[in-house]
Design a protein around this ligand. Structure first.
Ligand SMILES: O=P(O)(O)OC[C@H]1O[C@](O)(COP(=O)(O)O)[C@@H](O)[C@@H]1O
Ligand SMILES: [Mg+2]
Ligand SMILES: [Mg+2]
Length: 340
């Protein structure tokens, strides 16, 4: 196995790319650096999860009515601590907290950014050693620096994101992010404890042969989605169908696979969840920013996810994302069957 000596670490890359943003003073760089620090702390716990008391229920429920896992709370706590320590973040919205967490100390009150996060994505897979992740989205605040941040700072369209990304705790641990100039992936090298550039300038294929959806909810799906699944399963050599069904049940892992190989991830509205299951501000917006920056697409079946103006930090939306031609085909089916 050859090790690459001229690897670029995340910190080197962040500083080098600072020049992409005229007038940058390093605030976003410091914030991204602290995201990397928190990801390493969570990664260390995930890697030895069975050996430390971090598996299983935490005993409380979050605002979504879901049983919080110990690792949900561990990740939430450590990301919040790292964001506060950065001094660049004025407040945080998290899946694990009903309200926004406002940092009151002077340094953070003067912070330029706010942070939305799903500290631990794929919670149903934590105890069974299947890939899980962290998802994040960063906005420049709209309230004046020096004042305490408020909800207004978080209810911005996804098009206003200054950075977004995810960490995948899988067979290797990767951090994938964008600041609006393409998508880059970094793999954690445990021997040096650094994220190193391994996937520069990720581009997703315009079309693919993988579809990812929880077919266990099939009877509750809109007609258009049911028809699209049938379309994926029909034989047609010209369009390489039947496609392959792959579903891990962790958004980060399902999206990451399809991003690299080409494919579509769908979590539609269902009779049970008329607005879908996934949350706009800390799951769909950041993933959508990555998808678009990699040449893919992300919609609610009708409009760009990034153009939806959130009305609450825990708002749910139907989610269709991945290779452009596959998302467009799904929208055709949804419109044809008037599901939109
Ligand atoms: O079990 P289901 O209904 O298919 O839902 C799986 C989806 O729910 C999620 O687990 C929700 O995220 P959290 O684990 O962060 O709550 C996604 O990662 C995943 O895509
Ligand atoms: Mg999630
Ligand atoms: Mg979560």
């Amino acid at each position: 196995m050859t090790e690459h000596n001229n690897v670029q670490t995340l910190n080197q890359f962040i500083i080098e790319r600072q020049s992409d943003h005229p007038g940058a003073k390093g605030e976003l760089s410091r914030l991204l650096h602290h995201v990397g620090v928190a990801a390493k702390i969570v990664n260390r716990a995930v890697n030895k999860a069975g050996l430390v008391d971090i598996l299983g229920d935490h005993g409380d429920q979050n605002v979504q009515g879901e049983d919080q896992q110990k690792l949900d709370v561990f990740a939430d706590t450590h990301f919040i601590d790292a964001l506060r320590a950065s001094g660049e973040c004025a407040a945080v919205a998290s899946e694990e907290n009903e309200d926004i967490i406002i940092f009151e100390d002077e340094m953070c009150k003067n912070g330029k950014y706010v942070f939305c996060m799903d500290p631990l994505d794929g919670s149903s897979n934590i105890d069974v050693n299947v890939s899980i992740g962290t998802i994040f989205s960063i906005f420049e605040r709209v309230t004046p620096r020096g004042q305490v941040a408020n909800m207004e700072d978080f209810l911005q369209e996804g098009t206003k994101q200054v950075a977004a990304g995810y960490v995948i705790y899988g067979s290797s641990t990767m951090l994938v992010y964008t600041t609006g100039n393409g998508v880059n992936g970094f793999t954690l090298d445990p021997s040096i404890g650094e994220f190193c550039l391994s996937h520069p300038n990720i581009k997703t294929p315009k079309s693919g042969t993988i579809y990812s959806i929880n077919e266990g909810n099939y009877i509750n799906f809109p007609q258009g989605v049911k028809k699209y699944i049938k379309y994926c399963q029909e034989k047609d050599a010209r369009s390489k169908r039947p496609f392959t069904s792959r579903y891990i049940g962790s958004l980060v892992a399902d999206f990451h696979r399809n991003l690299l190989k080409g494919g579509i991830f769908i979590y539609p509205q269902t009779n049970k969840n008329p607005d879908g299951k996934l949350r706009l501000t800390y799951e769909c917006n950041p993933v959508a920013f990555i998808a678009e920056q990699a040449g893919g697409m992300a919609t609610n079946g009708d409009m760009r996810i990034l153009e939806i103006k959130p009305d609450s930090i825990h708002q749910r939306v139907p989610f269709y994302t991945g290779s452009t031609k596959m998302v467009q085909k799904t929208e055709e089916f949804l419109h044809f069957f008037n599901n939109i």
